[in-house]
Design a protein. Structure first.
Length: 204
């Protein structure tokens, strides 16, 4: 049985591309089956088309509520037999409509060492606070703002001459490594969730 992945994204889709390339090249034992995007003009839609990956693109303003479009997304996921949902720059909080059926199979990548600096502009938050170490977190989604159980983290040194742009560029390079690595571990059955404790089995 093929392990099937859906990726949610709202912007350029560089993390989408990192996962799609890893699956295409066999570094992840899985197939990216679907892109879900809430911005029809987003660059990530073109990236998905270039990989031949199906898309569900919608405009939230066309729906009466967040729950209404999430019901439609859920049907898409279930019809395609999606095993894992990867939030990769999807800029909307999600409701129990998606969280409950996919809890433990729904992950997000965030450009900070959570629980520090949740929400938007994490690199800017890190610089404003004056930390010496920033980083990247992959976590399970629980419906809160970057509050779910942590699966993997990697640090990024903050340099004295960093701007938001230079720091975020280095964070993104780590994201493009950490997210496919984490998806691979999940696809291989090496990640287990028990309450807030996540166990990752690296060796055989």
């Amino acid at each position: 049985m093929t392990f099937r992945i859906a990726v949610f994204a709202s912007g350029s889709g560089s993390n989408f591309q990192a996962v799609a390339e890893a699956a295409r090249d066999g570094r992840i034992p899985a197939s990216v089956e679907l892109l879900v995007c809430d911005k029809p003009s987003a660059t990530v839609v073109k990236r998905a088309e270039s990989f031949g990956i199906g898309t569900f693109v919608f405009n939230p303003k066309d729906y009466p509520s967040r729950e209404a479009y999430e019901q439609e997304i859920l049907r898409e996921l279930q019809e395609r037999g999606i095993d894992l949902v990867v939030m990769a720059g999807y800029m909307r909080l999600i409701t129990p409509v998606l969280v409950e059926p996919y809890y433990g199979r729904l992950i997000n990548i965030h450009p900070a060492l959570l629980p520090a600096f949740p929400g938007l502009h994490a690199a800017r938050q890190a610089l404003d606070y004056g930390v010496k170490i920033a980083g990247v977190t992959v976590h399970f989604v629980d419906g809160g703002m970057d509050t779910g159980p942590i699966i993997a983290q990697r640090a990024v040194e903050v340099r004295e001459d960093d701007t938001e742009e230079t720091l975020y560029a280095r964070i993104q390079r780590i994201e493009h490594e950490l997210l496919p690595d984490t998806v691979r571990l999940i696809a291989e059955g090496r990640v287990t969730l028990n309450d807030r404790k996540v166990n990752v089995r690296l060796g055989d």
